[in-house]
Design a protein around this ligand. Sequence first.
Ligand code: ADP
Ligand code: MG
Length: 487
Amino acid sequence: MSKDKSEYLINRKDNQYEVVIGLEVHAQVTSESKLFSTSSTKFGAEPNTQVSLVDAALPGMLPVINEFCVKQAIKTGIGLKAKINKRSVFDRKNYFYADLPQGYQISQFKDPIVGEGKVILDMPEGQKEVGIERLHLEQDAGKSIHDLDPKNTFVDLNRSGVALMEIVSKPDLRSPDEVNAYVKKLRSIMRYLGTCDGNMQEGSLRADVNVSVRKKGSKEFGTRCEIKNVNSIKFMQMAIEYEANRQVDLIEDGQSIDQETRLFDTKKNETRSMRSKEDAHDYRYFPDPDLLPLEVSDDFIEKLKLEIPELPDEKKKRFIEKFKLSPYEATILVSDYETSNYFENVIKKSDVKLATNWIIGELFAALNQNNLEITESPISAGNLSKLINLIKDGTISGKIAKIVFEDMMEGDKDPKKIVEEKGLKQESDPKALEALIDKVIDDNREKATEYKSGKVKLFGFFVGQVMKVSAGKANPQLVNEILKKKL
Ligand code: ADP
Ligand code: MG
């Protein structure tokens, strides 16, 4: 049940207020091993089975940086059109929590690996640029499990030490819809790059959502609250809506906003205060003495640039120019890598216009209905392209194609075989059609006379009748031609 965008009513009170949002997205780096240890990062393993001495922070253990994770972060930076910093520093962010055995998180503070960049959003009103402040590498903490036992909390350290990229946006977002588009675009870019799978159910992508409100036209930002660790786009949107309304209420009531860290209660659909906002100095950041500053050469970065695939924005441009797609169609087809691949495979051997319509229309609807991803599509790109060719060369009509399509959804069958087996071939023999049409006219003498005396609207009736008598198989174009002559 997704909410219609008009349902996010932030600016009640005559639309006087504007909401300002900045996101800190935590994206798990796609990597087989952790940021500073060789333990596996595989999801769903038994608790505490993927924990090395480093991850459990036994005294005397030393972290060793995983070069692959560094490459992944730099690639992501390139994908965000961002400045790559050749020298970055790992810092200790100190805090106490049961699932953080080190007593600090290794993160990057003053000198992150990636600096300013940007992400382009395709909104219905047009394109919008969102600034990226920075991207830094850090370790994930373990997981505290509170709901297994009424008296005890359990700690699972499998996640401890897993590499995260924290991607911090500028406060450039202005609505829940833009947040939706932003997170999706970010995820799409990282999936194209293979640097984060973006799986929100498994926690590979979470965000801290910073929200403030201000009177429209105001140049200054309001005081923000940070809603921690939201793990679905819908929850982000709901949390923003609730939070913005709460802040507007306070301001209208003459009160001020306290800068706070809040959490979103998904059951009650409200945000609640966790603590007053901690400042950076509360964490006593300092460079981790166990790790040297991270230095990368121009050559290292240049080599990674060669590994960057065509990204969604560039692919969209190509689809529009080369295949004459509308911006809307192109945006949809490039939104994820697999869909764009599927599309390109279908059109290798079939008509682009028809392929576009069939993928965006029938295929997406059918996949959606069956809760399937494009990679799980029962209809292969090859067979969809065959179906399209059957329509194109007049073997079947678009209407009959839908019946064949439904059959194909049951299992990847060759559409030609379905057409043959079910006798669905379009009737394009003029003689046979004439006979059909004669019969229809004969059975509807009165209407035929009315038509001849000027009631031209009845033409559609006759077409309908012929299609009905032919069980949808008559070639509509020929039916039109012959009917015109005969009437
Ligand atoms: P911190 O590390 O204390 O959370 P940052 O400067 O890193 O602070 O900013 C965190 C996030 O807050 C950024 O995504 C930024 O865009 C956002 N942000 C900053 N000011 C505001 C504001 N007034 N309203 C909404 N978001 C804001
Ligand atoms: Mg923060």
